[in-house]
Design a protein around this ligand. Structure first.
Ligand code: UDP
Length: 368
């Protein structure tokens, strides 16, 4: 039924979307002038990862689940696009909110624009300047099709302006992952995950690897796991294994390289953040974890040649290591480092979603 209020769809598809959506939906409760609907695209592996986050982070139940049968990645893209365009022709949304750089972010944006629905992009403007990354292409296209671009760090504003996007569309609001940590701090600090996993003190390091370019090619995955195997001789490693990465390790017969590493299933949010907080540091290829470790002041070794989040490197908490040339001693040195610059990044605080939703409210209440 039409409530007469501006109707805004929010697309969620993957783990990092859910984590960013939690503070967002907490804030929407204060904005009854807007009608929000959640569309869950159930992107690929993240079906398995989804439910825990909705329960733990109290994200409202999605209004619409896209029923996409498991199939190849390109078939999923086609089916999702088809399903979204049927939805957008049945329902008249006034706006769409998308997060980050995953496929459902791109597909939602393209569909909305084709249906003359305006798009607001949260975590806009990040650039690795590496067009081989599918996420980089998603970011560029989504930013150029969006009407409101919410940014997390100064480099993002510079990138967007350099690409010719009007300054009037860009709003620097800070990082919603920092707000998530503040919002869930009670749950994070009371998690007993280190006890459950039988870990002592801070003498362990957390690993996460899930990026397509690191897991789909057996030679690349082998190089990463060889590094991990070498490191496991120097420090206890805990590896919450993404289902996609697990599948590839099995398929490529690389299980021996993680035999001395403590493997767990992917963890819930509070457990995972507590695991990072208590650790010596993190080794990862994740985007969001580079930011969370910077906010928390934890050393992060990023196994990539570039990052779209340069502020984390400027701060000193994050250091890039190329998988073919990384030396275990250099990684160990960075894990022992704690002389970072000030941890404060402007507007990475508990008010990020308030800034975003106030901007949305102003835009939609005045009819844009
Ligand atoms: N995370 C989690 N459980 C895990 C591993 C990661 O809750 O076992 C969280 C982590 O705290 C961060 C997010 O997942 O908020 C990062 O997601 P991911 O690395 O999948 O995506 P990216 O940030 O690279 O897009």
């Amino acid at each position: 039924m039409d409530s007469g209020k501006p109707s805004i769809a929010v697309i969620l598809g993957t783990r990092p979307n859910f984590i960013k959506a939690a503070p967002f939906f907490k804030q929407t409760q204060k904005h009854t002038e807007l009608d929000f609907s959640i569309i869950h695209t159930q992107q690929h592996y993240d079906r398995v990862l989804s439910n825990t986050f909705f329960d733990e982070m109290e994200i409202p139940t999605p209004d619409i689940f896209l029923e996409i049968p498991p199939s190849s990645s390109s078939q999923q893209i086609g089916l999702t696009l088809h399903s979204l365009s049927s939805l957008f022709s049945e329902r008249s949304f006034d706006g769409l909110v998308v997060f980050g750089d995953v496929d459902s972010t791109l597909l939602g944006t393209v569909t909305a624009v084709a249906s003359s629905v305006s798009v607001a992009h949260i975590e806009s403007g990040l650039r690795s300047h590496d067009k081989r990354m599918p996420e980089e292409m998603n970011r560029i296209i989504v930013d150029h099709l969006s009407d409101l671009l919410f940014t997390t760090e100064p480099s993002a504003n510079e990138n967007l302006v350099t690409e010719g996007i009007s300054q009037s569309k860009i709003k620097y609001v800070g990082n919603i992952l920092a707000e998530g940590i503040e919002l869930f701090w009670d749950k994070i600090s009371t998690s007993i995950i280190t006890k459950t996993l039988n870990l002592m003190g801070d003498d362990y390091c957390v690993i996460t690897i899930h990026r397509y370019e690191n897991t789909e090619n057996p030679l690349v995955l082998k190089a990463i796991l060889t590094l991990i195997n070498d490191l496991s001789k120097k420090i206890q490693l805990v590896f919450p294994l993404h289902p996609g990465t697990r599948k590839r390790i099995q398929e490529f017969g690389l299980g021996d390289l993680v035999k001395d590493t403590k493997i767990t299933d992917p963890l819930g949010y509070s457990d995972f953040v507590q695991l990072m907080v208590k650790s010596r540091g993190v080794i990862t290829d994740s985007g969001g974890i580079q930011e969370e470790t910077s906010y928390l002041g934890i050393p992060c070794c990023t196994l990539r040649d570039n990052t779209e989040r340069p502020i984390t490197v400027d701060l000193g908490s994050n250091k890039l290591f190329s998988i073919y040339t990384a030396k275990t001693d250099e990684i160990m040195d960075h894990l022992s480092c704690n002389n970072f610059k000030s941890r404060h990044i402007p507007l990475w605080d508990h008010k990020v979603s308030e800034r975003i939703i106030n901007t949305l409210s102003n835009a939609y209440m005045r009819g844009q």
